[in-house]
Design a protein around this ligand. Sequence first.
Ligand code: KMH
Ligand code: ZN
Length: 277
Amino acid sequence: MTGTLITVAPTGAESSKAAVPALPVTIDELVATAKECEALGAAIVHVHIRDEAAEPTLDRGRLRDTVAALRQSTDLIVQLSSGGAVTDPEGDRLAVLDAGPEMASCTMGTVNFGDGVFLNRWEFIVDLHSRMQERGIVPEYEIFDLGQLTTLQRLLGQYGLPAGGHVHVDLVMGVPGGMPGTAGALVACEQVIRDLPAGTTFSATGIGRSTIPVMLASLSAGGHLRVGMEDTITYAKGRAVESNMQLVARAVGFAQLAQRPPLTTAEARDLLGVPAR
Ligand code: KMH
Ligand code: ZN
């Protein structure tokens, strides 16, 4: 078994700065968080950006500036979210790729998302996957429910492997409307992942209180970890998360206990088929 790939998802599009003051929303806050998380053991930063009012945005200039700032100050693999917020139109989500990230997320189906709907039509998925292939952007396939792994199998069968040739999926578990954040659901996914191309890797994240069971299940099933304030804003019962670093430090501790220490950014690029810097 290899070491552990640790992704930090520091901001997301769902929590407001007013409700969660520790959320990094400016480029400076994001870069400072990314640097500290890299020093702790993160190798990928999954990025959603905010505007001047701290609202989610897919503003193209701001996305480009964010990618440039993260690349200048860290060696983290910069993975832009193409999911955005549930209200973002498809055109804006496709245009995220114009900012030139090394990786971008690519969700494998529509899912109820709390009170909203996270829409991912088949034609949109094909478009996103194909554009990433053309531009050499490595996808992370986001999986919110078991059947989305079958959609990924269909996608790869019809349109071929992603840029870099390696398939990496992220199980996003415990979204209200998606699969539960349980060891049982993770094992079920892992059984289906075995039918994907040889060498496929997976990470997992559990929303809210499912964060710890999902981390432990993923580590024991040979998976990798994603943590961050996009997914978890409560550290323990009655205790708010103080920073993304607190979540990354806990993930690193669990990975070390599992004798699968964090991968370096260079090792992570090698694993995922992302070109070396
Ligand atoms: N914010 C969610 C609607 C992604 O980043 O690709 C979508 C999401 C997935 O977070
Ligand atoms: Zn996201």
